[in-house]
Every structure is written in C-alpha cells, then in structure tokens.
Design a protein around this ligand. Sequence first.
Ligand code: UDP
Length: 236
Amino acid sequence: MPAYQRILLKLSGEALMGDDAFGINRATIVRIVDEIADVTRLGVQVAIVIGGGNIFRGVAGGSVGMDRATADYMGMLATVMNSLALADTMNKAGLVARVMSAIGIEQVVEPYVRPKALQYLEEGKVVVFAAGTGNPFFTTDTAAALRGAEIGAEVVLKATKVDGVYTADPNKDPSATRYTSISFDEAMVKNLQVMDATAFALCRDQKLPVRVFSIFKSGALRNVVMGADEGTLVHV
Ligand code: UDP
C-alpha cells in the first residue's frame, strides 16, 4: 500500500539535463517519466511542478544585468518549455498528462484552474503545473509549496541531485551526514538548505511535509511513495 494518495513532485530544471550542460537530455527525461509511471501504477495521484534552471534562471547566467522581473518572466517561460517536454514524454509513455500554466498562454497550454486540476487528478491524469506561481521574485519551490497546499497533496517530494538534507554540504565536507528526518524548526535553527525561505515558510505554516530525495537514484521515487526511508523527511 502506498503511503500517500496524492503527491506533489518538484523537479528542478537541472534534473532534465542529465550530464549535459543545459537543456533537456532525452534519455534522462525518459528515465524520469518511467519512475513517475511506476508510481501512477500504484494508484497514486501525481502533480508535478518543474523548474526552469536548465534553460533560464531569473537570477543567474544570461539574466545578469537584466531587469529582474523581465528575467523572471523568461524563467517562467522556461518552466513552460520543460512542462511541455515532460507532458509529451509522459503521453508517449502511455500516461495521460495535462499542463496547466500560471500565466495566460492559452494557445500553448490551458490555464491553471484549481477545480479542473483536482478533477484531472481524480481521473488519474498527471498534472504538470507550469510557469511557477505566475509571479516574478518567486521560485518553483514556492510554486510547489503553493500548489501542493492548494490541491491537498499529503507531501511535497523535492527531487534533487543530493539524496537528502545533510549536516553540511556533502560536496564540500566529506564528514557531512544525512538526516533521515528533521523538523521545520530544527532545519531553520540549523540554517539547513531545504527549499527557499518562502517555500519553506509556506510548507511549515500549512503543515505540509517535504521529503528531499535524489531523482537520480533508480527506484527512489517509488520507495518514497511506499513510505520507505529515502532521503530526508522535513516535518512539522
Ligand atoms: N520563476 C519566477 N516565479 C516563479 C517561479 C519561477 O519568476 O513563481 C522564474 C525565476 O526566474 C526562476 C526561474 O523561473 O529562476 C526558474 O525557476 P527555478 O529557478 O525555481 O527553477 P529550478 O531551480 O527548479 O530549475
């Protein structure tokens, strides 16, 4: 029996890059979709928020020197591109996926309408929330927290490159150890990087647990959904 009936999966844009320097790596996206399909077969309702960092970020790279709000809108458009790629790959894999955008681009994808998203989820469709929150100065982590709370997801699953929350950056400090679980308060006191501050506060206020795990570990998503001790659970 799965531990959850409805999950919000947050994928960073970089998760789609594979070993490439930017963009979308075909083999990588196909593999991620396989993992998602596996979870839907368990009867779990899956909603996804995907980032855009593999294409454009409002605060780094090509955006430096640009007007921040303009750069952020470009970042949001990048998430739409990733969402389309992900949904297309899911549809080809036999899943039924729908993309809903937080900014109006009706010729490309339908707008986000909460009751419709809930209906899709109940019908077993995978819903991809594109364009983040629709507002500049936010991130897709915040979009994940927001949509997760709105749709009544039981958990936000934050898929990253690192397989959880560590006492220190494991890439810099080899003695760093992974927390199997930690409370929001303790993570805040210890200044651990779980998500950005806005997303973190929203999840904490809404008592929406977050599990940080690695999407690069085969079968990890399924393990998480089955309630196994993968990554780090951040709880109230
Ligand atoms: N963005 C935004 N508002 C949002 C979500 C995203 O302005 O609600 C912009 C912002 O510029 C961000 C970019 O879109 O840098 C891509 O999102 P994010 O950095 O969260 O992607 P990830 O790091 O997960 O790939």
